[in-house]
Design a protein around this ligand. Structure first.
Ligand code: PLP
Length: 447
């Protein structure tokens, strides 16, 4: 194949900086008047949230010149940190060559390369990948594939069994999977969903004795009623409160799915690519799911990107679909060439810098540093896995105050209900973890 030299890019004629750069008050007012923030209440005033201008490594800087340690990893997706030269170069090179081309007509080079790379990373036969733009779309695709698989076999199954506290996104299909308040919707469920409640409080769930009740609850949900198309779970429950599940749980689900025929779908949107100290969350149990959804860490927050991988056997059931395209699910920018190029660079950085091992080591340091907070009367539990640490408070108000105090100290934490979560980019170093531990400790102590 001929080489893919970038064409000459002429000097730009649009000065984007001139269109974007304004003083802080104008930026705030502009945002307030014109932007709809999906997860914020509608406000009467412009608010005082940080206006982020730039980032380097695991720190971001706002319009007032303040620097923050980003222990939210942006939207929990910054894996390689900010201003990474390899990721910027990968995007620039591909943008100059070819931003994208319609994958229903032909293909481009980065999509095949990243699909092959994922096939090498994923265990077993998970070698066939569909690319979309967000975790929710990957969930949507996974449910459609699960339903389509059973329809293709001539034995339609529609029910999905999942955790009530799970979170898989907010497109209509994804929204129906979860029982969390974030997922409350006025729409009718388009298919039956069985949501399994935790049989114990989150702080007890990681203990070995929680395995039997949790696995038993799934067994009952799967075996009672119409046979499910799929069991759909996260390896670590993220939005539902940073909940670490008992070791062996995913293995029990694998066995259950093998017995019942249900497909096992692992949502690795959050856990994937080193977040929990293993490449994938399901690696902790050494299992191979039938479908895997991926997003956040895969493009490290540099560009929207998500994927659904499955086996050739599942894929082939769509071969005889008489209508155009077996799946009939795809988007204009699915498999975007720039996103694929960035993801390839992300996977390279993760491998070269051994960020999965680093996540396990820095995660251990983070958890060890935070564990003493368990003694505090406002704290219900401290738990973690890899670079996900959760300080669960008894009261939501205390969690909110803790996050606000940490921000005052220059550390951005995430709050999910009563859970205060520290989720720094995987590139955080030992000194950064010490700073993070200190800030969380001071914030909980009220300093
Ligand atoms: N699945 C999990 C586990 C997530 O944490 C999220 C987002 O936080 C999603 C799915 C949805 O992804 P997105 O927000 O990209 O649609």
């Amino acid at each position: 194949m001929s080489t893919v030299n970038a064409p000459t890019v002429n000097a730009p004629t649009v000065d984007v900086d001139a269109l974007v750069d304004v003083d802080e008050a104008t930026a705030r007012e502009r945002d307030h008047r014109f932007v709809w923030h999906p997860w914020s209440p509608v406000r009467k005033d412009p608010g005082d949230g940080p206006i982020l201008l730039s980032g380097t490594g695991y720190r971001v800087r706002d319009a007032s010149g303040r620097s923050y340690l980003d222990a939210m990893a942006s939207a929990m997706n910054s894996s390689c940190g900010y201003a990474h030269p390899d990721l910027i170069a990968a995007a620039e090179r591909q943008l100059a060559r070819l931003p994208h081309f319609d994958l229903s007509v032909g293909t481009h080079l980065p999509v095949g390369a990243v699909a092959e790379r994922l096939a090498a990373l994923l265990p077993g036969e998970l070698g066939r990948t569909l690319f979309v733009n967000s975790g929710s779309e990957a969930t949507e695709a996974a449910v459609r594939v699960a339903h389509g698989y059973w329809r293709n076999l001539g034995r339609p199954r529609n029910r999905i069994v999942t955790l009530a506290a799970g979170y898989h996104g907010t497109t209509l299909v994804a929204q129906h999977l979860s029982g969390l308040p974030t997922n409350a919707t006025h729409a009718q469920a388009p298919f039956p969903v069985t949501r399994v409640e935790f049989p114990a409080e989150p702080r007890r769930l990681r203990a070995p004795e929680s395995l039997a009740p949790l696995a038993g609850a799934f067994e009952q949900a799967v075996l009672d009623g119409e046979p499910p198309a799929a069991v759909f779970v996260e390896a670590l429950v993220n939005v539902g409160g940073g909940v670490v599940l008992p070791a062996g749980f995913l293995r029990a689900l694998r066995d259950l799915c093998d017995r019942s025929g249900a497909l096992l779908v692992l949502d690795e949107v959050f856990c994937g690519f080193g977040r929990t100290g293993r490449m994938f969350g399901f690696d902790h149990d050494g299992i191979t799911p039938d479908l895997v959804t991926m997003s956040k860490g895969l493009s490290g927050g540099y560009i929207p990107f998500a994927a659904l991988s499955t086996t050739e056997a599942v894929y082939r059931t769509f071969a005889d679909d008489p209508l155009i395209g077996g799946l009939r699910y795809g988007h204009t920018t699915g498999g975007h060439a720039v996103a694929c190029a960035v993801a390839l660079a992300v996977l390279d950085v993760i491998e070269r810098r051994d960020l999965v091992t680093a996540s396990a080591a820095r995660g251990r340091q983070l958890l060890d540093g935070l564990l003493p907070l368990d003694e505090h009367p406002e704290v219900a539990d401290v738990r973690g896995l890899g670079l996900v640490a959760t300080v669960e408070c008894h009261r939501e108000e205390f969690a909110a105050v803790t996050v606000a105090r940490a921000r005052e100290r220059g550390v951005l934490l995430r709050r999910q209900g009563r859970a205060v979560m520290a989720i720094p980019p995987l590139v955080i170093d030992e000194a950064g973890v010490n700073e993070l531990v200190d800030a969380v400790g001071q914030a909980v102590a009220g300093n």
